[in-house]
Write a protein that binds this ligand. Structure first.
Ligand SMILES: Nc1ncnc2c1ncn2[C@@H]1O[C@H](COP(=O)(O)OP(=O)(O)OP(=O)(O)O)[C@@H](O)[C@H]1O
Ligand SMILES: [Mg+2]
Length: 221
């Protein structure tokens, strides 16, 4: 299977350059506070949230940051597949773990230096409830202190409460939109869904944009 970690595999490619530009823009997305946590979401499934989260994580790690990607798509998350990891102990498991000493067993090392992944874990019957828990809120705060950058790969906004819940907890929100696939109405619905957090919107990434030299390209505006 072809690796999706373009920024790791082909650091000189156009796609990698685009991710580095996005990284720089995000670093400057707030002047008043140090931004550490980003939620990546989109309007509908398959626009590229997981692809963008993974490659953005690599781009931040390459710049020397200690990075954690948290798969908070408790229904369909697939960061473990992207990084070739197991999904035995993930976010859902961590949030129901009541033991005092949790060690670092939940944070898996990857082949990329400085980059760790907290996979989604077992699919729970009540994802929204788990994400809305006080425990999750506390976890986000702890992770902001433990890592330089934390990227939350979320589910789509339309029809689900999960990403709205996460948007409330994290510092910044990134919307991924798929070139030609996302309808304007869907994007506007997403914007409306996230209206309460408009001050947190870091930007929109237009994904899967064809270019002459590359089959695909990411663009940030
Ligand atoms: N820029 C890109 N170029 C080529 N393929 C891409 C690009 N972005 C995403 N893909 C591919 O599109 C598919 C869907 O991407 P991805 O899983 O990242 O979307 P998603 O928004 O996370 O989906 P879901 O809503 O199911 O979580 C994957 O096979 C991924 O490899
Ligand atoms: Mg995904």
């Amino acid at each position: 299977m072809k690796s999706e970690l373009i920024v790791h595999e082909k650091p000189k490619s156009n796609v990698s350059e685009a991710f580095k530009t996005i990284r720089t823009n995000l670093q400057f997305s707030s002047i008043d506070e140090e931004v550490k946590s980003f939620l990546v979401t989109s309007s509908i499934p398959s626009e590229g949230k997981s692809f963008v989260s993974a490659n953005l994580g690599v781009a931040f790690a390459q710049a020397g940051n200690k990075v954690l990607i948290v798969d908070c798509d408790l229904r369909r998350g697939r960061q473990h597949t992207i990084f070739g990891l197991n999904n035995h102990l993930g976010l859902s498991n961590l949030l129901i773990d009541n033991s005092d000493r949790k060690d670092n067993k939940y944070f898996q090392k990857t082949n990329v230096k400085n980059l760790f992944v907290l996979t989604r874990g077992l699919v729970p019957p009540n994802p929204s409830e788990i994400l809305a828990s006080e425990k999750n809120r506390n976890l986000v705060k702890i992770l902001e202190k433990t890592f330089d950058v934390v990227i939350y790969d979320g589910p789509p906004v339309n029809g689900l409460a999960d990403s709205i819940i996460m948007a409330d907890i994290v510092q910044k929100v990134i919307i991924v939109s798929s070139y030609k696939a996302t309808k304007m109405e869907q994007l506007l619905n997403t914007k409306k869904g996230l209206e309460k957090f408009s001050n947190k919107l870091a930007g929109v990434i237009v994904n899967k944009m064809p270019t002459r030299r590359d089959h695909y390209y990411s663009y940030y505006e």
